[in-house]
Design a binder for this molecule. Structure first.
Ligand code: NAI
Length: 210
């Protein structure tokens, strides 16, 4: 599957990993790297790396390799990490609190601006410097603050309704932890479904097949 720019989803899936590895190399003081060395560190083939990066115009130089800081900045730009998408979180339970407290939103292109829950008793409690607001305030808040993204940490049964409401309020992207694969019939809406259990089942498969 390719996106509107003709880039395969498999390549896009690898970009955050390139970004992370290049960040680690930079923090170790490494300034340049050949595709062979990078491939050894990442467990990919050198030709795979060259092919991936060629989708965006290359970046490497024959005999020099990759300038790590430049390549990381370019990949960051492709991923849109230089933007600060305004995000709201719905569902301030165990998972929502963990996500709000521990995710480094700013370095990933997002800024958390609001947290909502339907439990009256949670209203006003602070998480990461933000007050939990009642879900009834969602409408007014969105009209005033124009979030472009929502993080859903609510039960499956409520996810589709909240998603539709938020689309009506101009939200364009969903980081969806609710256990449903949101099938959103809006061409301009992006959804990333996160299922930690899927990853665990993959591990189970790998252990079973060692
Ligand atoms: P929780 O029960 O601790 O928190 C859920 C919160 O959502 C509660 O505070 C509740 O008041 C609020 N809520 C429910 N409906 C709402 C609505 N319509 N509007 C606003 N707030 C609403 O549950 P927990 O552990 O935080 O899990 C949340 C969801 O995430 C669950 O459905 C769970 O199955 C799922 N989950 C998903 C994982 C994943 O990998 N995708 C991993 C763990 C949990």
């Amino acid at each position: 599957m390719t996106n509107a720019q003709g880039i395969s989803e498999l390549v896009i899936n690898r970009l955050p990993r390139y970004h992370r590895f290049l960040g680690e190399l930079l923090s170790e003081g490494v300034q340049r790297i050949s595709s062979r060395e990078l491939s050894e560190r990442m467990g990919l083939t050198a030709s795979q790396i060259r092919q991936d990066l060629n989708c965006f115009g290359g970046f490497g130089q024959q005999g020099y390799g990759y300038h790590i800081e430049q390549l990381r900045a370019e990949i960051g730009k492709i991923l849109g990490l230089d933007k600060q998408n305004r995000a709201i979180l719905i569902g301030a339970g165990n998972l929502g609190r963990a996500v709000a407290s521990h995710m480094a939103f700013e370095s990933k292109g997002f800024r958390l601006i609001g947290i909502f829950d339907k439990k009256e008793a949670l209203k006003g409690q602070m998480i990461k410097g933000l007050p939990i607001r009642h879900i009834d305030d969602l409408d007014d808040f969105c009209r005033e603050n124009l979030p472009s993204c929502a993080i859903l940490c609510i039960p499956k049964a409520d996810a589709a309704d909240i998603c539709n409401t938020l689309i009506g309020l101009g939200v364009k992207g969903f980081w969806n932890f609710s256990h449903c694969d949101l099938a959103v019939n809006h061409p301009n809406v992006a959804v990333e479904n996160v299922h930690l259990g899927d990853s665990l089942m993959k591990l189970s498969y790998k252990i079973t097949n060692l």
